[in-house]
Design a binder for this molecule. Structure first.
Ligand code: ZN
Length: 304
């Protein structure tokens, strides 16, 4: 099984269109310490022919354009057989509407996330004919084989688990559910099982049992510090307000301290443009790498 990081930035990307923070300025100026990043997504394949894409980023067309494995093999074709949503965030669903050109795919989402999508009239553009986009319910705790819109297996297996998060702005007011935000475990069904976890929005790490026992963990690297945006004068919101556990917290409850003892590969992704680990020469980058973590980049391949 192989995972390819299509986008390693948090919502907004890097640089973010309306951000003049020092890092966004530097990446726009092609500074050697930085590389540009698109918004959170990963492609998973077992056979290199059928692909499952996690989250449909607003950058999905650009991500497909620069990923040869996702190019059509016939006049009307796409290797993308299914899309899995981890929550209903705009930076995870807007890309669906860019994939409306009458090509069938399966959409895996929890019932709560699907109901949020369904409330939007835009969804009709993905329901142009029977079987255009086939919703399959992602049930927490169920191990399932991912199938395309026609029911054909992709060879990729998936289990979703509930993760602490918060409702996106456009869905606020609804009743919160454990299905609002999930992490995903991928494996290819073979034994011994080698699996990868994808969890890019996680509010806290009071329990980490879902993250144990995997060959690779791609984890929420949104913020390095709790008050990162406040320090830069960009916002009054701290990481907790946005439901992201920061990499470091003074009391040892940051993800670096909580996850560094896990034996598999540990990779930070969904990195906000303000996070100092984006700079190849920063002290924060050195600390994170010394603790055994890798920093995802667009185009990174992870083979299990
Ligand atoms: Zn910025």
């Amino acid at each position: 099984m192989r995972l390819t990081v299509l986008g390693s930035a948090a919502g907004g990307g890097f640089p973010q269109w309306n951000c003049g923070c020092p890092q966004c300025v530097a990446v726009r100026g092609n500074h050697a310490d930085f590389q540009g990043r698109t918004q959170d997504s990963v492609a998973v394949t077992r056979d290199g022919e059928s692909y499952v894409v996690v989250n449909a980023s607003p950058d999905v067309l650009e991500q497909i354009k620069r990923t040869r494995a996702l190019w059509p093999r016939a006049p009307r074709h796409s290797p993308i057989r299914a899309i899995v949503l981890t929550n209903g965030d705009m930076d995870h669903v807007l890309g669906l509407f860019a994939l409306r050109e009458s090509y069938p795919f399966a959409l895996y989402a929890t019932e709560a996330v699907w109901r949020g999508l369904e409330a939007n009239a835009f969804l009709r553009t993905l329901q142009r004919f029977e079987g255009h986009v086939v919703w399959r319910r992602l049930e927490i705790g169920h191990d399932m084989e991912i199938r395309d819109a026609a029911g054909e297996s992709t060879g990729v297996h998936l289990r979703a688990f509930a993760a602490p998060g918060k409702l996106p702005v456009h869905l606020m007011g609804g009743t919160p559910s454990p299905e609002d935000n999930v992490g995903l475990v991928f494996h290819d069904g073979s034994a011994p099982r080698r699996s990868a976890v994808y969890l890019t929005a996680c509010a806290h790490l009071e329990t980490r049992s879902d993250l144990e026992g995997h060959a690779a963990l791609l984890f929420d690297g949104t913020f390095y510090r709790e008050d990162e945006l406040v320090r830069l004068g960009l916002s009054q919101a701290v990481a907790k307000d946005m439901a992201h556990v920061p990499i470091t917290v003074d009391d040892g409850r940051g993800s670096l301290a909580r996850l560094s003892s896990l034996p598999g590969r540990k990779i930070y992704t969904h990195i906000n443009n303000t996070n100092p680990i984006l700079s190849k020469s920063s002290e924060e980058r050195r600390i994170v790498e010394a603790a055994g973590f890798e920093i995802a980049f667009d185009g990174m391949d992870i083979t299990l």
